[in-house]
Design a protein around this ligand. Structure first.
Ligand code: XIL
Length: 384
């Protein structure tokens, strides 16, 4: 009896042992999948998933599936996309009665297919504007044209675009309103009109004012006046997009921080919508220089045609690390950070403000390889 009992006991032990073995095999599996998860987490969108959305502006070759290397980066690294060009007026609304959605539909479909946060850039901008709208002088004609423009486009993408840059670059450097074609026709009232039209067409969509140099104290004040003006007149604004076309030298972290704080105090989300860091001399920094194409071909203005020296790579990496440290410090106020382009080769900064230069402003190089700057940004939470 005793013998049988022991055998039975042994069987129980054996059963428990086998169960444990199985469990450990399963947990090995789940460890594997945890390792997979960990690898997955090692991309930017995972690194910053509790902080802000992170993304890039993308071009036709990318959302049409041609530039497969860049697509790989977009899908692995980013949670949000912006249309670099295809949603601008001159493409979407080239004549008063013609809207052309074929290409931008592909952009939105790409974002939907990959479950990304989709930005519409941009509804009202004096640049890359259909020539027909550029000719309008009369106030009510402009109001009607803008209503039709905004309503038709926002309605077309209702519920599919998450966030619209409603107005782009309406301010001068001193914070006053730019005398754009819209301003010349309607005065400052076009801004309230534009935000109201966008909201009416899609009440759920996020509404953003976007501009460059928003770290400048005078321009910052201009944005705050604009936020108040919109709200006093019954329009909604949800976010301020700081474009963030920056250099190695400026703006200072302090100026950027002061703008983040000032905008957040006025109850808008802060976004960095077009981040890049130029590595080339800027014509504006040259005493008495004309900002024109007369530097084209000048070796002085294009010092690194065959690659960026290591010492410069380190500077770019350090600048990005400083910038992202600031972003993390204020992650509660920042909802999105978007790079203006995917890799150095396709950055607009190779062609602007001087054509034909070789610039290195992003986190991925011309072969789509992550640069030192990428590592410093992606490892920022591990930094001592
Ligand atoms: C740029 C695009 O990157 C270029 O391809 C195009 O030739 C000109 O426009 N501010 C903006 C963006 O809001 O739309 C601009 O994009 C860069 C400056």
């Amino acid at each position: 009896m005793k013998y049988i009992q022991i055998t039975f006991f042994n069987r129980v032990i054996l059963f428990l042992f086998i169960t444990l073995l199985f469990q450990s095999a399963c947990s090995n599996n789940s460890e594997d999948s945890q390792t997979d998860d960990a690898n997955e987490r090692n991309h930017l969108k995972h690194t910053f998933k509790n902080d802000f959305l992170i993304g890039a502006a993308i071009n036709d070759d990318q959302f049409n599936g041609i530039d497969t290397q860049a697509i790989d980066i977009i899908l692995k690294e980013y949670s949000t996309i912006t249309s670099e060009n295809v949603m601008k007026s001159m493409y979407l609304h080239p004549a008063r009665d013609i809207f052309f959605f074929d290409v931008s539909d592909k952009y939105v479909e790409f974002g939907e297919r990959h479950d990304m946060h989709i930005i519409g850039h941009t509804l009202v901008w004096h640049s890359q504007l259909g020539e027909w709208m550029n000719q309008i002088k009369d106030s009510s004609e402009m109001a009607t044209a803008l209503s039709n423009h905004i309503h038709t486009i926002v309605d077309h993408y209702k519920g599919r675009i998450d966030s619209w840059d409603v107005v782009n670059e309406a301010l001068n450097e001193d914070g006053s309103l730019r005398e754009s074609v819209f301003y010349n026709a309607m005065g400052g009232s076009y801004l309230v009109h534009a935000f109201k039209m966008a909201e009416a067409a899609d009440p759920e969509v996020e509404l953003v004012y976007n501009d460059y140099n928003l770290w400048k104290p005078e321009k910052r004040e201009g944005v705050i006046r604009l936020i108040k003006e919109l709200r006093d007149n019954g329009a909604r604004i949800d976010g301020v997009g700081m474009q963030a076309h920056w250099s190695l030298l400026g703006p200072t972290i302090e100026d950027i921080e002061n703008s983040i704080l000032a905008y957040a105090e006025h109850d808008v989300k802060v976004m960095f919508t077009e981040l890049d860091v130029t590595t080339l001399p800027n014509p504006w920094d040259l005493e008495g220089a004309e900002v024109s194409q007369n530097f084209e071909g000048s070796p002085f203005m294009n010092p690194y045609p065959n690659g960026l020296p290591d010492s410069m790579q380190v500077k770019v990496a350090q600048r990005y690390e400083d910038i992202f440290s600031l972003f993390l410090k204020h992650q509660d106020k920042i909802s999105r950070v978007t790079f203006w382009g995917v890799n150095d080769g396709q950055s607009w900064l190779n062609g602007w403000p001087i054509k034909g230069r070789t610039n290195y402003p992003l986190l991925f190089d011309r072969e789509c390889k992550p640069k030192l700057a990428y590592d410093r940004v992606n490892n920022i939470k591990k930094a001592p």
